[in-house]
Design a protein around this ligand. Structure first.
Ligand SMILES: Cc1ncc(COP(=O)(O)O)c(C=O)c1O
Length: 455
């Protein structure tokens, strides 16, 4: 390239050359992704190991980027929990897709700080437009206002702030299986958390909610579609009339499962959502976008604006445009819509549907192996791509199996507690996972169970 920027053209980092060092970084990335299947999913390190390898102070002068890449290999990589690994089956397995990785880089190149329209017309309008695309793809009401927050924790916090603004009431109801971020947001706001018991399928019980709403003290009910422990689905359709008749805000947390609505066959879990007041879905969970990207919609944007809009003199303009910082806690906002745009364009709806369906198919296959083996049992209904199961026997046995499986490095899983018993969670969802990975996980689980039981 004749007009290639020369080494040293970058202010203050004379050793850095965007094209050659950038190319080396890209090569590192491609090599990392290729090597992933051979790496242990969980790193074999102890707390403090990483810091012990780092110099006590930042360097006085510039170092070459090649030294940084070397340390990525020698210090960082051996201490990574490989979320991109095809046998990462913990928490909710997520994927940073290759188009989205490049999008993150371009986001940093443009470094847009999208607090008002004028501070980035492109980021502001692309964000609004991506939220409209996503609403259409997922079957979310198209007239809802949408914006992007960093995480579901912030989205739910913002929704509860709007609910408090709207109702002026002191309590928030949610199921005993709601994500901890719901109770955390409630506490942060000085509101009173009330966890409600669930039915035999781990769903919020509308009869108990109705009793609580009668007090007139409830600002919001948070319903979850796809709880973290076992992906149970609260009966949103039954909660809508209860909330409407009592003027209570209904927020839906579909952080994980909402992505599945891109496939019509999973829209059963959306029943009633169009009657809610706000909804969060995390594209950074199951829509191929790296953290952070949390989509928050509301039918009541005016309640958000009342709660969040505070325009200092230096930000006042005559622009007739929506400022997305009027809908959440942060002023400086990242150009997160770019990775959503690039991902949606580079995949298209059909390929994303295929990824979601494949993950669910793998989960259904794993579920069938567990249910066919008399030594193992299923612990909760499977709705999406998470299988909850256990080895018949004690909690101690199951925890010992989990520890042995994770120590093998061949896969990484986590556990939860259902009906006061330890349960293993097989969370499928990484786009790199194949049938071979899932079947290897089942082999490793049975192998380690035999070892544990033989003592
Ligand atoms: C149902 C549900 N809600 C909320 C969250 C929190 O998400 P975030 O890490 O984006 O705050 C999670 C995380 O797994 C979740 O499963």
């Amino acid at each position: 390239m004749s007009d290639r920027p020369r080494r040293g053209s970058y202010y203050g980092a004379p050793e850095f050359d965007l094209l050659t060092d950038g190319e080396a970084a890209l090569e590192w990335a491609a090599r990392y992704l290729e090597r992933l299947p051979e790496l242990p999913v969980l790193p074999r390190v102890d707390p403090g190991d990483v810091r012990a390898k780092l110099p006590a102070e930042a360097p006085d002068g510039p170092e070459p980027f090649s030294a940084v890449l070397r340390d990525l290999d020698e210090i960082v990589l051996p201490a990574l929990t490989h979320w991109q690994h095809p046998r990462f089956f913990s928490y909710f397995a997520v994927t940073s897709s290759e188009p989205a990785m490049v999008a993150e880089f371009l986001t940093a190149v443009m470094n847009q700080v999208a607090f008002i329209w004028r501070s980035s017309p492109a980021a502001t309008e692309l964000e609004a437009h991506m939220m409209a695309w996503l609403a259409k793809l997922l079957g979310v009401p198209e007239d809802w206002h949408g914006h992007i927050e960093d995480t579901a924790s912030t989205s739910t916090l913002a929704a509860l702030i709007a609910a408090r603004e709207q109702t002026g009431r002191p309590a928030v109801l949610f199921s005993e299986h709601a994500h901890s971020s719901v109770e955390k947001a409630t506490r942060l706001l000085g509101l009173e958390p009330r966890a409600i018991a669930t039915d035999a399928e781990f769903r919020l019980r509308p009869d108990l909610v109705e009793g609580e709403l009668a007090s007139g003290h409830v600002a919001a009910v948070v319903a979850t579609v796809g709880t973290t422990s076992m992906t149970s689905v609260d009966p949103v359709d039954a909660l809508v009339p209860l909330c409407k008749s009592t003027g209570t805000w209904l927020h839906v947390d579909a952080a994980y499962a909402g992505a599945s609505w891109i496939c019509p066959e999973f829209r059963w879990s959306q029943a009633g959502v169009s009657g809610a007041d706000s909804l969060v879905v995390n594209p950074h969970k199951w829509l191929l976008v790296p953290i952070d990207c949390s989509a928050l919609w509301t039918r009541k944007p005016e309640a958000f604006r009342r709660a969040f809009s505070l325009v200092p003199e230096y930000l006042r303009t005559d622009d007739d445009a929506d400022s997305l910082s009027d809908y959440g806690p942060a002023l400086g906002r990242r150009f997160r819509a770019l990775k959503l745009w690039i991902t949606l364009r580079c995949y298209g709806r059909l390929a994303i549907q295929e990824r979601i369906r494949y993950a669910v198919e793998l989960a259904s296959m794993f579920e069938s192996w567990v249910s066919a083996d008399p030594d193992w049992e299923l612990s909760a209904p499977r709705h999406f791509s998470l299988v909850c199961f256990r080895r018949r026997g004690s909690d101690e046995t199951n925890l010992a199996i989990l520890e042995a499986v994770n120590a093998s490095g061949e896969l990484f899983m986590t556990h939860t507690r259902i009906d006061d018993r330890v349960v293993l969670r097989m969370a499928i969802g990484n786009a790199r996972s194949t049938i071979d990975d899932v079947s290897r996980a089942w082999d490793v689980l049975r192998r380690e169970a035999t070892r544990v039981l033989e003592g």
